[in-house]
Ligand binder design. Structure first.
Ligand code: NAI
Length: 463
């Protein structure tokens, strides 16, 4: 007889492990099936180790400017291998933390590759597990290359973030293909460790999903520090050789061939839907390859739900985590707060950081919304001047009639932290007036949020 649980979750990444914890908290017996380390891409080869490396990069660039702060550190030497080892420790600590949480919450972890079977069952090796309530599919996503133009990931000269996170040395030169979050973050990291970086983006601007002003600010910032940025570029062909790769790039009507030691593919991810028994259980995927789900995240097969990257964009850990909580609360008979997919913050942890929520200015225009932008530059912030973090701005898009916050865009460090004031505001339908009414401590970077709110009302006070 199959071992029975209330809930079985396939995949131990952020969506899966958070869902497992919430299910257990709600009194449901829960099994989590994972073939690798707990924590998934985020903890092991994504969010967590990259943030450790980005901090090493930040320290390197800070020391490069330390003299103007009255500190002379001597010659600054960087060692990617050491930074990498530190990032691995951070990553392992987090993965062990997830293991601990599973024990603490009495979630049964089943090690191995699970395959779905009809009747809410999951087969792992020779064992079959049966879910009384539901199976949650949280198998995530993986990197992808561009084999059609010769850039298949060969793990030596053509790599992905998976390999970049384990390099012992920063390559002499690197072309990064794709300027989404992955491309931006690794351009920042490797440049700080001495690599000559060329960032290539197919769309007309880097970070194409962000507000155009954010893209412009980052383009200027990257170019100023010596990162080559080529946007609106088509990579025609890549030819990997023994210890270098040549790539043919066409941009603005001109063709050029680049020779680099390493190509880092950062042109999006593919979802893990193969060989997990989806079709056998009647779980369908949509035209973009994501698992089809309804508003409750139930798939086309009753009793099978899907959460995280595999259930559709945005492919962000925090979106998956919220889906894990939502589905398990639903299964426990609760009425969870609906997930507002239009209110998921997006953060790119490069320096300066980029964070946003809601609509961009272009989207407001396309939707013919009447809005007033409010801006505050960090160059005018006392705190920013003090710390030297003067790049960037806060921009809030205020709906003209009722003051609703249509969107907010922050470039500057720590945008990743500042954005949440606006996330709370939008989730609770606060207006810009309500943001400004809360007294913001002086001097802080957060004041820029209040000042941008005031600016949208035409009454900014400089600091
Ligand atoms: P992405 O889809 O965000 O960006 C890929 C970029 O590559 C796009 O701008 C696209 O226009 C460009 N591109 C595609 N084909 C190209 C080509 N042939 N030549 C040049 N450019 C090309 O994918 P990315 O950055 O790989 O990230 C994957 C997922 O992981 C995304 O959903 C991302 O949001 C998420 N992620 C989130 C992070 C964060 O929240 N900080 C960090 C890393 C990844």
């Amino acid at each position: 007889m199959a071992s029975q649980f209330d809930v079985i979750i396939l995949g131990g990444g952020p969506a899966g492990y958070v869902g497992a914890i919430r299910a257990a908290q709600l009194g449901m017996s829960t099994a989590l099936v994972e073939k690798d380390k707990l924590g998934g891409v985020c903890v092991n080869i994504g969010c967590i180790p990259t943030k450790a490396l980005l901090h090493s990069a930040y320290i390197a660039s800070l020391l490069g400017h330390a003299k103007e702060f009255g500190v002379e550190p001597g010659t600054v030497k960087t060692d990617y291998g050491v930074a990498m080892q530190r990032s691995r420790k951070v990553s392992d600590q987090n993965s062990k933390g997830v293991e601990f949480l599973m024990k603490k919450n009495k979630v049964t972890v089943v090690k191995g590759a699970g395959v779905l079977q009809p009747g809410r069952k999951v087969k792992v090796g020779g064992d079959v597990y049966e879910a009384k309530k539901a199976v949650l599919i949280a198998t995530g996503s993986r990197v992808k290359g561009l084999p059609q133009i010769g850039l298949e990931i060969n793990k030596t000269t053509v790599i992905s973030s998976d390999e970049a996170l384990f390099l012992e040395k920063a390559p002499a030169s690197m072309a990064i293909i794709g300027a989404g979050a992955v491309g931006m973050e690794f351009a920042n990291i490797f440049h700080a460790f001495g690599t000559k970086v060329t960032l290539i983006e197919a769309l007309p601007r880097i970070l194409p999903l962000e507000d155009a002003e954010a893209s412009d600010t980052l383009t200027k910032s990257y170019r100023k520090r010596g990162i080559e940025v080529i946007a609106g570029a088509k990579v025609k062909k890549g030819t990997p050789r023994k210890d270098k790769v040549s790539i043919e790039v066409e941009a603005g009507g001109a063709a050029q061939t680049l020779e680099v030691a390493t190509v880092l593919m950062a042109a999006g991810r593919a979802v893990n839907t193969e060989n997990i028994g989806l079709a056998e259980c009647g779980v369908q995927v949509n035209e973009r390859g994501f698992i089809k789900v309804d508003q409750n995240l139930q798939t086309t097969a009753p009793g099978y739900y899907s959460i995280g990257d595999v259930a559709g964009p945005p492919m962000l850990a925090h979106k998956g985590m919220r889906e894990g909580v939502y589905v398990t609360e639903l299964l426990a008979g609760k009425k969870p707060h609906p997930i507002r997919y239009d209110n998921v913050p997006s953060v790119t942890y490069c320096h300066p950081e980029v964070a946003s929520i809601g609509l961009t200015e272009d989207q407001c225009k396309e939707r013919k919304l009447e809005y007033v932008p409010g801006r505050f530059p960090f160059s005018a912030s006392g705190r920013g001047r003090g710390t030297g973090e003067t790049e960037g701005f806060v921009k809030i898009l205020r709906e003209k009639k009722y003051g609703e916050i249509l969107g907010a865009h922050i470039v500057g460090t720590p945008a990743s932290e500042l954005i949440h004031e606006l996330a709370v505001a939008r989730e609770n339908e606060y207006t810009v007036e309500e943001i400004e009414l809360a007294i913001h401590a002086h001097p802080t970077m957060s004041e820029a949020v209040a000042q941008a709110a005031l600016d949208s009302l035409g009454r900014v006070i400089d600091m």
